[in-house]
Structure formats: structure tokens, C-alpha cells
Design a protein around this ligand. Sequence first.
Ligand code: GTP
Ligand code: MG
Length: 232
Amino acid sequence: MNTKKKINGCSSSSSSSSSSNYDYSFKVLLIGDSGVGKSSLLHSFISNCHHHFPQHLSPTIGVDFKIKLLTASGKRLKLTIWDTVLYYSAAGQERFGPLTTSYYRGAHGIILVYDVTRRETFTNLSKTWTKELELYCTNPDCIRLLVGNKVDRDSERAVTMEEGMDFAREHKCLFFECSAKTQANVKQCFKELTMKILEVPSLLEKGSAPVKNQILKQKEVSRQQRDNNCCS
Ligand code: GTP
Ligand code: MG
């Protein structure tokens, strides 16, 4: 099913299948501790409707991604947004799978999420997540966005907005506080990230649909040449 909506002057549509009808294709990753609301943010962005906020999403295990088609700055964009891939060890501990390097490969944007009501999810960003990013994210131009989620539970807040801003400044991230539940700032997060990716020529080059098509055509030509040689 395809839906088309107008968001803040940025028209978008979501689709469960991929489409080649775009100018640029960007890979965006969501990372952060379990339970911070990564899947909920993704759901909130894709579904565009907080009346259907899922209260009890199961922890994400295995490969999960969603595709969003949108138009920004006059360009047709395809965002493939990957949710964290987790698996559980025999002891029931949450761990990252061996997919880690390939998960980060080719990412144009990375969203680091913490829960503003759970301080350890914020401190774990410096302890674990940024270290992992440095190790596996090979693209220095990749845009980073820090998201403090669950601001609808402001009375339970354990991390101040200033602390979030300081972290973002230190790690060169964009920064938003938002709520997947009320959808506050959710669209703005993704929109800002997309706009920043569009400003970086090296990322555009990597995400360009014509470049990808050209590579595919070249592969096709060399395959045909090989087949011709083989029969001559
Ligand atoms: P893993 O898949 O285990 O890594 O977790 P996750 O980061 O994908 O978290 P998920 O989206 O499954 O959300 C965890 C819990 O937090 C769920 O019960 C959600 O309903 C709840 N939740 C997510 N976002 C919000 C929010 O903005 N506000 C409130 N109040 N609850 C939220
Ligand atoms: Mg999840």
C-alpha cells in the first residue's frame, strides 16, 4: 500500500516495496540501547499517525528496515531506515550480531537515540555507541543526529536538554528532543537529517541513483562481453 502526505512543506510517501523512481537513495541507521524507542520513532515517522502508537513493540531482533519516499529541495528521495539488529546469546544477554560492520557500511545518516527518562541510556552513548561508531562507520562525512526520546514523560526526566546539547556539540551531531508517542519533533528529526545529507556532495555522490544505474549498466555490459567471448 502506498500513502501520500504533505509534511511541513516536504511531501512524502511510504511504501513497503522499493522503488527506482528517485534521484537519491540514502541509508539511515537507528542505534541506541534497547527500549529507548528506536522502532517506535521509525513507526511514528512512517505511519504519520500517533493515534496508532504501538504501546508494546517487541524488542527488535534480526534485520528490520523501512523505506520512505519523500521530496525535499525538489529532489525525490528514497530513505531506507534500518532499525538496530540485535540477537540474544544463549545466556539471554542482548548483543550485536556479526552483521555490525555491514550494518554501518554505506550509511549516509546515523541517529543515536536515548531515553530522556533513563540516564544510563544517555551515558551508554559515550561508553558504547560512539565508540562503536568510530570503529565501524567508515564514512567520515556521515551525518549524525542525537535524539532524546520520550519527552512526553517530562516529569520523569533524568537527562536535561543542556546535557543533550553538550553531547551533540562534542560529538558533532545535530540534536532534537522528541516523542515517538505524541510525534513531537519526529518528522523534523528526519527532515533535518535529510536536508543535511543533501548538503554534502560526497554523500550525494554515493546516494545518486544515476551513478548506481551506471554501475549496473557497466556490470551488464561486461557480463555480455564475457558471454560473447566465451562463445566465440
Ligand atoms: P529494542 O528493539 O529492544 O532495541 O527497543 P527500541 O529502542 O526499538 O524501543 P521500542 O520502540 O520498542 O520502545 C520501547 C518502549 O518504549 C515501548 O513500550 C514503547 O511504547 C515505549 N516508547 C517508545 N517511544 C516512546 C515515547 O516517545 N514516549 C513514551 N511514553 N513511550 C515510548
Ligand atoms: Mg526495536
